[in-house]
Design a protein around this ligand. Structure first.
Ligand code: GRF
Length: 203
């Protein structure tokens, strides 16, 4: 099976997935990483691990549709059973989402449905929640609304700012995203309506 990952920056979630796959010897191929910014650090990690890395600059496209069409062309040329969004900071068009329906997943740095959208750590602090976290979900046409695969919670501690809280959430992201990807690859995720039912492992 093959995975294509879309990133925009640091790519630490992508790195966590690749490192877990290597450690656990998953029978998977990382066929490519695509960033909408050529300066994304995650592209360097990919190249240093022999994973084909591409930049498709969104600014060079006149519209979202044209950018997404270029993405689709590259992803399909690489061949993807699963498309993993890992810190990819562009809203995707409905056409793109439909094209990969059921094999497109994302990680969001909050306990959805709480705090969809941007600046989640700042908003969690403002709302004075005591528990925050991260969510892996299938992507549908709503922003941060697709069927939830798994979540991890972390405490909000006295004295936290967005940076300390964000670092705690990121560490949790690095735990759950590889697990969710592996469940997908093992065929254990069944979507029923807006819910995901985790199937038992094949023995
Ligand atoms: C993560 O917090 C992820 O949840 C959010 O963007 C950040 C990406 O970090 N969507 P990285 O590029 O994986 O290091």
């Amino acid at each position: 099976q093959s995975i294509v990952t879309l990133i925009s920056g640091r790519g630490s979630n992508f790195e966590a997935i690749v490192k877990t796959a290597q450690k656990e010897a998953w029978p998977v191929q990382f066929s490519g990483v695509i960033s909408n910014r050529s300066s994304a650090l995650g592209l360097d990690f990919a190249r240093s691990h022999g994973i084909p890395a591409f930049a498709i600059e969104h600014q060079e496209h006149p519209s979202r549709e044209s950018f997404d069409a270029a993405l689709i062309e590259q992803i399909d040329a690489l061949g993807a059973d699963l498309v993993v969004l890992a810190g990819f900071m562009r809203i995707l068009t409905p056409g793109f989402i439909r094209h990969y329906e059921g094999r497109l997943i994302n990680i969001h740095p909050a306990l959805l449905p709480a705090f969809p959208g941007l600046h989640t750590h700042e908003r969690a602090l403002e709302a004075k929640v005591t528990t925050h976290g991260a969510t892996v979900h299938f992507v549908n046409e709503g922003v941060d609304e697709g069927p939830i695969i798994c979540q991890a919670s972390v405490p909000v501690l006295p004295g936290d700012d967005a940076a300390t809280l964000g670092a705690r959430v990121l560490a949790a992201e690095h735990q759950i995203y590889p697990r969710a990807v592996k469940w997908f690859l093992d065929g254990r995720l069944r979507i029923e309506g807006n819910q995901v039912k985790l199937q038992p492992p094949e023995s």
